[in-house]
Unconditional design. Structure first.
Length: 86
């Protein structure tokens, strides 16, 4: 995988995360595990991080995206039963 491909992949993953972060359906998808598999996106990011000679800026972007995935996977205190926000 080239660093150019890695950067395109990071941009794609970033767009997916933006959608998930702003979608009320993402809560239900995480609970059911049917629509979105956050572990899939985590594996893709880990694959990018495993690349030899990955530019530092791409490494930082991948780590930032992993942190955003962590936040999506962690239950929010703002969510109550039924997936509705307070």
């Amino acid at each position: 995988m080239s660093s150019e491909f890695a950067e395109r992949d990071l941009a794609h993953i970033r767009n997916v995360l933006v959608h998930l972060e702003h979608s009320a359906d993402s809560i239900r998808a995480k609970e059911k595990g049917t629509v979105v598999s956050l572990s899939y996106w985590r594996k893709r990011l880990e694959g990018i991080l495993a690349m030899p000679l990955l530019p530092i800026h791409a490494e930082k972007q991948a780590k930032d995206l992993l942190a955003r995935l962590d936040r999506l996977e962690t239950p929010s205190s703002c969510v109550v039963a039924g997936g509705h926000f307070r």
